[in-house]
Design a protein around this ligand. Structure first.
Ligand SMILES: [Zn+2]
Length: 140
């Protein structure tokens, strides 16, 4: 289960709205809670580094991920996952999302319809990146 605190959740939704009609992306920092539940305490809004049409693609700049890992470690936390938006599409895990996912990490997909948040889902890819399982998502 992934729990997102109110402040990082607000950052994620605002980033999704601000980037519309392009996909937004970012990094989720937090800590492991009881029973393998991760709690997100910080959401880092990143620039979509994909050089083509960003309405249905995103790419994280690896340098942003390194910076996030460093910031997380300073707070004795870690990168627990990633987020991105689907402008005017449902929140599902696409074949492209699966292909470029980091196995074992939580991936939050937000559906942003006409510039407003609609719904969100969370997925974890298996280690050979052939399938993704839904993960229970709670946000404030
Ligand atoms: Zn996607």
């Amino acid at each position: 289960m992934l729990k997102i605190e109110a402040q990082p959740w607000a950052v994620m939704v605002e980033h999704g709205r601000a980037c519309f009609p392009r996909e937004c992306c970012g990094i989720l920092v937090g800590s492991a809670g009881d029973a393998g539940d991760n709690v997100v305490t910080l959401a880092i809004a990143c620039t979509n580094a994909y050089e083509g049409d960003q309405k249905d693609r995103f790419e994280l700049d690896p340098r942003d991920v390194i910076k996030a890992e460093r910031a997380a470690r300073e707070q004795r936390q870690g990168v627990v996952g990633f987020f991105h938006s689907h402008p005017n599409e449902d929140a599902y895990f696409s074949a492209t999302d699966l292909k470029f996912s980091a196995p074992g990490y939580s991936n939050v997909v937000m559906s942003i319809r006409d510039g407003e948040f609609s719904h969100a889902k969370c997925f974890i890819a298996n280690f050979d990146q052939t399938a993704a399982e839904p993960e229970e998502l709670h946000y404030a």
